[in-house]
Each structure stands twice: as structure tokens, then as C-alpha cells.
Design a protein around this ligand. Structure first.
Ligand code: HEC
Length: 105
């Protein structure tokens, strides 16, 4: 057991902050509805995660966190981003980190 948690700790530190909540593609499709409207590469109802990553920088993170939680529109087109009141700020921040990780800086 002890060895197992140490391994987890080590695996965690390799990925750094980004994966501290363990958010990856599978977690998103298992736990969130994002892929109903977004894909990694292609525009759907919403912009692709890669397009979002290319458009914004770390400075926009607060706005993006707010948008995931409260929803809204106007930045990409006519469609509205659905609100996610059940997602807390830390989780939303991890989702934004994941989106940013889909392209090289
Ligand atoms: C009902 C469809 C829908 C769902 C579900 C959805 N989105 Fe969106 N999302 C959109 C649309 C449409 C936009 C573009 C909004 C705009 O034009 O400002 C968007 C935009 C975004 C943006 C960029 C915001 C901006 O202002 O540029 C982020 C980040 C984002 N979504 C993340 C997520 C995440 C993470 C999830 C899952 C928790 C999610 N979305 C679920 C439709 C959706």
C-alpha cells in the first residue's frame, strides 16, 4: 500500500500541476459533457480545444474558468456555452489547463 501511494506521488510529480486532479481526455468524457459540443481538433457546436488553446494565454484563465462555470457566448459565434454550476473553480482551472496542454506553447 505504501509503495503504491509513493508510486502515485511520483507519477503525479512528473505531470506537475496539470495532472494533479488527474484530468485527461478520458476523465473529461467520463465526467463532463464538454465533448457533446467540443472536440480536440474540429469545430463542433463550440470551438475545438486546440483552437481555444491557440487563441488564449494564461492571462485569460480567469475568464475561461468563469465561462466554464457560468456559461455564455459572444466570443466565437452564435452558439452559447452551457453553464456548469456543479464544477468548482479548481476543477474548472484543471480543465483550462488541460485545454492549454493540447497545443505546444
Ligand atoms: C452545449 C454545448 C457546450 C458544452 C456542453 C460545453 N461547451 Fe464549451 N463552448 C460552447 C460554445 C458554443 C462555446 C463558444 C462560446 C462563445 O462564442 O463565446 C464554448 C466555448 C468554450 C471555451 C472558450 C470560452 C471563450 O470565451 O472563448 C472553453 C474554455 C470551453 N468552452 C470549455 C468547455 C468545457 C471545459 C466544457 C465541459 C465542462 C464545455 N466547454 C462544455 C459550447 C459548449
Amino acid at each position: 500500500m505504501k509503495k503504491f501511494s509513493l508510486l502515485l506521488l511520483m507519477a503525479g510529480s512528473c505531470y506537475g500541476e496539470l495532472h494533479s486532479d488527474g484530468i485527461d481526455m478520458d476523465d473529461i468524457s467520463d465526467n463532463f459533457d464538454c465533448f457533446a459540443c467540443h472536440t480536440l481538433e474540429d469545430p463542433g457546436v463550440g470551438p475545438s480545444f486546440k483552437a481555444i488553446a491557440q487563441r488564449y494565454t494564461a492571462q485569460d484563465k480567469t475568464m475561461l474558468i468563469d465561462k466554464i462555470i457560468n456559461g455564455g457566448g459572444g466570443n466565437w459565434g452564435q452558439e452559447m456555452m452551457l453553464a456548469h454550476p456543479d464544477i468548482n473553480e479548481a476543477t474548472a482551472a484543471s480543465l483550462v489547463d488541460f485545454i492549454f496542454s493540447t497545443v505546444d506553447p
